[in-house]
Design a protein around this ligand. Structure first.
Ligand SMILES: CCCC/C=C/CC(=O)SCCNC(=O)CCNC(=O)[C@H](O)C(C)(C)COP(=O)(O)OP(=O)(O)OC[C@H]1O[C@@H](n2cnc3c(N)ncnc32)[C@H](O)[C@@H]1OP(=O)(O)O
Length: 269
């Protein structure tokens, strides 16, 4: 059984619960109010994956502290509104490296999606090997509605998960799917009535992975995910520059401004 060396209490935005009997780490995202992804959060998540790797984690479950509300609201609107060019570059690079790392972990990964997961909120589930949703949430890549063209690696993750035809329709229409619809197209693998049941199902998935030799399993995973990993590694500098210039464009900045206003009005701020 793995010996836990890392100090997981140092993390601000996640709670890590180790099961010493089966080596499964349950990582609860807890960046209030909606687990939106900032540079600091992404940096922390990347470092966490390295710690879990060193500690020979047998399996990883991601879930959210904000039960029945939100898994992750995606990229942080406020941080991406009028960022400095250096910050935009750093952000895009952190998003890319975290997503790449999560897509090719040696240990199996599951997302228990216990709330909404729009746009960038769908990235963690898509990088994971298995997705279990709860009822009454929305999930999908609706970036086109913000005027954001998806990076190739993100489209590739969607294609890998739901097939090219479904991915084309989903991405081009910018649809957020209900849990039931997400299950029908394979965007989630199962639906559970409660978080507890979802966590049991996640553990069952991870236990199945254990009967396979770890290094053989990793070879197979990397082979099966090669098309995605190639997209991550393709022309990285150019791809990042493209995403940064898109983010800084007037069109995307205006769209972010509009969304921030909508959220403010919703709260009566
Ligand atoms: C190259 C890039 C590739 C990937 C690109 C991805 C683009 C994105 O990810 S853009 C972000 C897309 N996300 C969304 O459109 C979600 C927007 N939020 C919502 O729909 C709702 O907030 C929610 C369904 C997630 C939750 O609804 P709920 O009623 O529970 O809470 P609210 O009152 O709406 O919000 C609470 C609080 O959270 C703030 N907030 C919400 N979303 C974000 C966000 N994405 N970034 C930053 N902050 C967010 C919201 O403003 C409220 O804040 P205050 O309490 O300060 O008013």
């Amino acid at each position: 059984m793995p010996y836990v060396c890392a100090d997981y209490s140092k993390y601000k935005f996640v709670n890590v619960c180790w099961n010493s009997e089966n080596g499964i780490a349950t990582v609860t995202l807890k960046r209030p109010p909606v687990n939106s992804l900032t540079a600091e959060f992404l940096r922390e998540l990347s470092s966490l994956l390295l710690d879990l790797e060193k500690d020979e984690t047998q399996g990883l479950i991601f879930t959210s502290e904000f039960d029945e509300k939100v898994f992750s609201a995606g990229l942080d609107f406020k941080e991406l509104y009028r960022p400095s060019i250096d910050h935009a570059k750093e952000f895009m690079s952190l998003l890319h490296s975290f997503s790449f790392r999560l897509s090719c972990t040696a240990y199996p990964t599951v997302a228990v999606i216990n709330g909404h997961a729009p746009a960038g909120g769908c990235i963690i589930p898509l990088c994971c090997e298995y997705r279990i949703g709860l009822n009454n949430f929305n999930i999908g890549l609706n970036e086109l509605k913000f005027g954001i063209l998806l990076p190739d690696w993100l489209s590739s993750l969607m294609i890998h998960t739901i097939g090219s035809r479904n991915a084309e329709q989903a991405i081009l229409s910018g649809t957020l799917f209900s849990s039931e619809h997400a299950l029908r197209i394979g965007l989630v693998d199962e639906i559970a009535p409660t978080k507890e049941v979802a966590l049991e199902k996640a553990t069952a998935f991870l236990n199945k992975a254990k009967i396979v030799n770890r290094s053989l399993r990793l070879d197979a995973k990397l082979h099966l995910r090669r098309p995605i990993l190639q997209e991550f590694q393709k022309d990285i500098e150019n791809e990042l520059a493209k995403n940064v210039s898109l983010l800084m464009s007037d069109k995307v900045q205006q769209s972010l401004d509009a969304h921030i206003k909508i959220l403010k009005e919703k709260r009566g701020n």
